[in-house]
Design a protein around this ligand. Sequence first.
Ligand code: GDP
Length: 471
Amino acid sequence: PTEDYENLRRRIYSNTKELWYYVHHELTKVIQEDNKAEKIQTILDQIGERKRSLLSDQQSLPELDGYNEWRQAEAANVSDLVQRRLHYLQNPPDCKDARKLICNLNKGCGFGCQLHHIVYCLIFAYATERTLILNSKGWRYNNKGWEYVFMPISDTCTSAYDDKVVMWPEMDKKYSGEVTYDAKVLALTFIDSISQKPKFLPLAIPKDLAHRITRFNGDPSSWWIGQMLKYILKPRQAMQKAINDTIAKMNFKKPIVGVHIRRTDKVGTEAAFHHIHEYMVHVKDYYDQLELTRPVDVRRVYLATDDANVLEDARSKYPSYEFLGDASIAKTAATHRRYTPLSLTGLLVDLHLLALCDYLVCTFSSQVGRVAYEMMQTNRVDASDSFFSLDDIYYFGGQNAHDRVAVMPNDGAYQDISFQVGDLIGIAGNHWNGYGRGTNKRTNMNGLIPWYKTADHLVLYPFPEYKQVPL
Ligand code: GDP
């Protein structure tokens, strides 16, 4: 390691102690004092400044550790390998003979939800070595079908011919009493309606690639899902031109923070209303931290939303920020105009640009927010520390259990639950206050857990290794 790296590492250690000295001293003092509210606010501001400094230093670590080029190259190589494997799977030498999986794009939901439906089908196809056939006639965003907007997901094999189609899992169950994968052509039900979920579904990742992905990316599950999106989402020329034209009209420049505000039909049904202020707190924090290491001329925000009023509201409330975004896109994204080709173009612009931002503030309860993050994961080596979700932690709709593993013991002396090192804890969510909620799978105790004493438990599944595709 370089001298700079070692010095920075020591600085982080020392400044973490400094943070504690400060907090301990100030809070001990404030106990005795009047006018507490004002003083506590000053202390909070100071802690925020010190936290940003620590995080900023830690972000510099990988730039100085000497492995940055290696990580870049490795991320590109593993991505390329996955893409070539998918290409191999999707273009069998003899299409008529190939085992297939049919995915119907008739899921009555938004585009993000539909994309995740295809991702689920493609992972299923990859796990069972079947070529995926996408049926999209009468698709709600474009009647003529997916292939009218995007490149087909196979160059050579797009039909199951007249082979018998077996619904998975229902029909197999009916005939054989158990779920099998034998039929030549399977058609998939929606992920939400499978009772016994295969273990290869998210958030599982391929065992043969896991040790490579974890060395450059902090959230391999979303990286893996992002790779599926990368394979699927290839706009045709006309669509790409429409996207490029819209983007050319915008002053999209770095640094820039992406904000996704999901309103209309989502609010009050699947998610809570969040005021613009709640998003901007995190935008401000991002720029305050960035300014510790470099000057920022303009605090730019790319704002994507389905609520036509948000952009104007943001501009009037935050005049010192520059908001990029297209009010007409937001207008067509609103519920009553949503399922049209025009709205799809707008959404692709929004997704593309959100995924190019340096940082993303959103609500992961929205599939649009999650797709933007997954795409971000394919645009850079590691985007796992470049977002803030106001509500949910990252998930894939219909996923298998998401656990965290205890890396330190907890005695549950406060309002939290107890656990031992190695216990698996099924996660319900993070409260973003230092605690999350979960169930200790060994003791069945449910309650609060100090998040820092746990780590994400990555599920590795022995997917086929596609030895025919060179490494
Ligand atoms: P979810 O309902 O937010 O989980 O995501 P879905 O993708 O399933 O459905 C929401 C739909 O609303 C999207 O597919 C879009 O049609 C529209 N929409 C939501 N947010 C945005 C946005 O920021 N920009 C645009 N252009 N459309 C959006």
